[in-house]
Write a protein that binds this ligand. Structure first.
Ligand code: ADE
Length: 454
């Protein structure tokens, strides 16, 4: 990911981003950034970039010309128009969800305003997103840009050392983070909670969840209400866990948004994917009205599938079986050399697994692809689709029948169990080998099929 910041104060950006975690990530080449001085592009012979506003009023405005020329210089070599963010208190409020969405981009351009702002005409031409970091007015966009870059960069694999920590903290799953303690065990008469010294990870996790809930209730009742709604939906869906695990896990992992929720009429959304459960045909028809025309749908109900074909003109269907791993203890991983894959394996994966380049890039950038290695040669891989299901398993011909596929899947299962998730996968109809592997690993297969529909 490269961040390009257009500013009148490049040294502010360089000083702000050059140290600590982001500085190290930039040194390692995991992220990079450039601060582009808008003033370098002015055609004014005195180096001026601002002028009086037409119609009068207080203060000065940055003129369109230097901003546009700086933008052109940054983007000259880009294949497509980048997301270009203008920092303004009038924009959409920045939050964790926006950070996650922006973390998927390859290039991001930021425009920092100063004085009273920037000539509207150049903003109309280049800006794709107007973003505010909160309801207060700062003197310029530099501090907001640094806030945004910090929040976005730490979601990029390799920026933080511990790849699970970005997943389990504040705002993940709509809950605030639990309290943490370090040595000494007693400080100014205050003791570390007993349970944290017990070594019992189940008890520790339960205590942490309890604390998160209490803290969220107290400090952020708005977030807690969302959490509660999702928990209630999960409870209702859990009556048929094998059938509904895809919806339960989407909510449990804090990935999905609730579009509609009444009884067993439930619509969840994750990016362009809608998961739908309807009480009957009549309500299914109503629920499907809430799904945009081009969206992908997942359902386990045949009448929903039929409606989509007959009344909603869908033509793409992939029939699968859903399998769930309900165990709580880790599986044995026999093949030891398994490593997280980065974007340099994109070509290899596309050679061996049929999918869009876009999707595979997303999975690699999200740090959810794992490879098996023989010395330094990659010999197979597995991954997690962005909505949470395991898949994309591949092992080189000459390495098959050695349990490497089982090891890859067990490895991925263990990672999820240790994060408190329930692993699951979708087996495409007719893939007997995959079905046999799921049974061997002890996953339970739902007795209703599941359709991916587009
Ligand atoms: N520029 C000035 N104030 C701002 C804010 N609150 N958010 C983003 N950009 C700004």
């Amino acid at each position: 990911m490269k961040f390009h910041v257009m500013t009148l104060f490049p040294e502010m950006i360089e000083n702000g981003l050059g140290t600590s975690i982001l500085g190290r990530a930039a040194e390692k080449g995991v992220i990079s950034y450039e601060a582009v001085n808008i003033r370098d592009y002015t055609l004014d012979k005195h180096g001026k970039v601002d002028d009086y506003p037409y119609g009068g009023g207080a203060g000065m405005l940055i003129r369109a010309q230097p901003v546009y020329d700086a933008y052109q210089a940054i983007t000259a070599s880009f294949e497509q128009k980048p997301r270009t963010i203008y920092l303004t208190p009038q924009g959409r409020t920045f939050d964790q969800k926006m950070a996650a969405e922006l973390a998927k981009e390859k290039e991001l351009v930021f425009v920092c305003g100063h004085y009273e702002g920037i000539d509207e005409r150049v903003l109309e031409k280049i800006v794709t997103d107007y973003v505010s970091i909160g309801d207060y007015v700062l003197t310029g966009g530099e501090l907001p840009v640094m806030v945004m870059i910090d929040a976005i960069a730490r979601l990029i694999p390799g920026v933080l050392h511990n790849d699970v920590s970005a997943e389990t903290e504040t705002f993940h799953n709509d809950l605030l983070e639990y309290p943490q303690y370090t040595r000494p065990e007693e400080w100014q008469g205050k003791k570390v909670p007993e349970v944290l010294l017990s070594g019992n990870s189940k008890k520790i996790n339960e205590w942490r969840l309890e604390q998160s809930i209490e803290k969220t209730k107290l400090h952020r009742p708005d977030l807690y209400a969302k959490y509660e709604q999702k928990q209630e939906i999960i409870k209702r869906l859990s009556k048929k866990k094998r059938q509904n695990i895809h919806m339960m896990e989407l909510l449990h992992r804090g990935l999905g948004e609730v579009v509609y929720d009444k009884g067993m009429d439930i619509v969840l959304k994750f990016e362009n994917l809608y998961m739908l459960h309807a009480e009957d045909v009549v309500s299914a028809r109503e629920l499907l009205m809430k799904v945009p025309t081009g969206a992908m749908v997942i359902t386990t109900q045949e009448f929903v599938r039929d409606l989509l074909e007959k009344e909603f003109g869908k033509t793409g269907f992939c029939k699968c079986s859903q399998a769930v791993c309900t165990r709580k203890e880790a599986l044995t991983v026999r093949y030891k050399d398994i490593r997280q894959l980065d974007i340099t394996y994109l070509e290899y994966i596309l050679e061996h697994y049929t999918s869009s380049e876009e999707h595979m890039k997303e999975c690699l950038n999200a740090g959810v692809m794992y490879g098996a290695f023989d010395e330094d040669r990659i010999i197979g891989f597995i991954g997690m689709h962005s909505e949470g299901s395991m898949g994309m398993l591949f092992v080189e011909e000459e390495y098959r029948k050695k349990g490497i596929g089982a090891s890859l899947e067990s490895y991925l299962i263990n990672l999820q169990i240790s994060n408190g998730f329930t692993p699951y996968c979708h087996i495409i109809e007719g893939n007997e080998k995959s079905m046999a592997l799921q049974e061997k690993l002890g996953l339970y297969v739902a007795d209703t099929p599941l359709w991916w529909i587009w």
